[in-house]
Design a protein around this ligand. Sequence first.
Ligand code: SAH
Length: 512
Amino acid sequence: MNTSTKSKGKVYLVGAGPGDLGLVTLRAKECIEGADAIVYDHLANPEMLSWARDDSEIIYAGKEAGEPSLSQEEINALLIEKARAGKDVVRLKGGDPFVFGRGAEEAKAIVDAGIEFEIVPGITSAIAGPAYAGIPVTHRAENSHVTFFTGHEYPAKTESAIDYAALAKLGGTQVMLMGVERLGAVTREMLKQGVREDLPVALIRWATTGRQETLTGTIQDIAQRATAGGFKAPAVAVFGNVVSLRENLNWYENQALSGKRIVVTRTRKQASALSNKLRALGAQVVELPTIRIEPPTNLREFAKLVQDAHIYDWIVFTSANGVEAFFEMFFKLYNDAREIGAARIAVIGPATAQRVKDFHLHVDLQPEEFVAEAVVKEFRKQGGIENLRILVVRAEKARDVLPKELSALGAIVDEAFAYRTVAETRDTGARRQLLEEGADLITFTSSSTVENFLALGLPWPKGMQVASIGPITSKTARDHGLKVDIEAGRHDIDGLVEAIRNFFSGKNAENS
Ligand code: SAH
């Protein structure tokens, strides 16, 4: 979307889905990717903001129950102001924008201001919440209609618009959004209108996220149970016989990492590989990128070494980022892959090997253990490298074990600084999320993630444990006074995920 050529932008009222990142529509993702400005709510999962362009303006509009950051009028005015400034604005709202979310009010204000708009429906928590608790909102043996109602009505209304007598008579499945704190009054009213006392009820809070919790009971006791258990918003309540189907259908809360909140500190671009694997095991992931990859300080010097790549006997890549930077430069300089000459290729770990293979090149040497020392050992095993020319492609300010030891073995080593790791300064709400909600575990996938996380100076959430990808990262963590609770046996993402899984499954076994 191009701001320079437009006098007026468009507003997209976009449903952000109930929380799980996988439940966002393709259209929503497209809108976020193209937006010049994004105004998002408390219930919209902030992780989808990582799809935004780097220059997109990101504004938190709050709206937690009871404490609005911006009033509705201010939000409307903001959307109009941004669109008038020629920006395409995405208004991200939890669930579906037209289901109890004031989406209609915002749309009306936008229309009145003569601004173009589009509605992107989302998956509503009213259906997805029960589904993630193993409760189908319909079942042909149990009901033939579903009702959605709100437990928290428009404050200006003097009388309740909800006809509890009619609700009681109607039966079927009833889903209540908002107002868990008013559950006592709502259930009393329903009972008064003759709903049977043992009608099953479920409350699902933070549905479809790693924080999901479900409380079940009957219409008689659910309010009291919710109070006793400190069961707070946001939650959906389901009333009806379908609730009992959960007994067999509860799937989401029974996974290996269900209920665990895990922090991922890798770069925004790289985070998803780890995050998705953790999510697939039921974890709630907080992506808090602490580092970002930037071009090297001396790009010209790097270009010169890449240009001469064919004169080397070996090119050693120490990271996937290095491979990417190298070939980006290589194909700027050459149009022909054969220009790499007869250089053989060594890598430290499997992710790096995979990046090399993505360029259709063979990896000639890869050690069993994924640390620099193992590469040196492997070279030695292969009969030495005396007088061979080796190009080590690496990050600035990384460890220099590799160049040093290779030189010590008699090789002629050049170092190509392919990129620089710098602190990530952009925060899309993850830091606030970590402070407010804490976490069970933080993952470190390199020494720089440790250093840059600590440099943020955030208070350490109570009880947050540490998982590290391998001995070098663990040492950095320990040097900074952290206790490392989990260290991957295999020093890559799959190894890390496996170690985390084993750690928590051991824990669960202990507790049971
Ligand atoms: N438009 C939203 C609803 C907004 S009203 C939608 O379609 O889902 C806000 C209410 O939605 C909350 O009070 C709660 O009842 C419900 N809600 C939204 N997200 C939820 C979630 N992840 N888990 C449980 N309830 C949720």
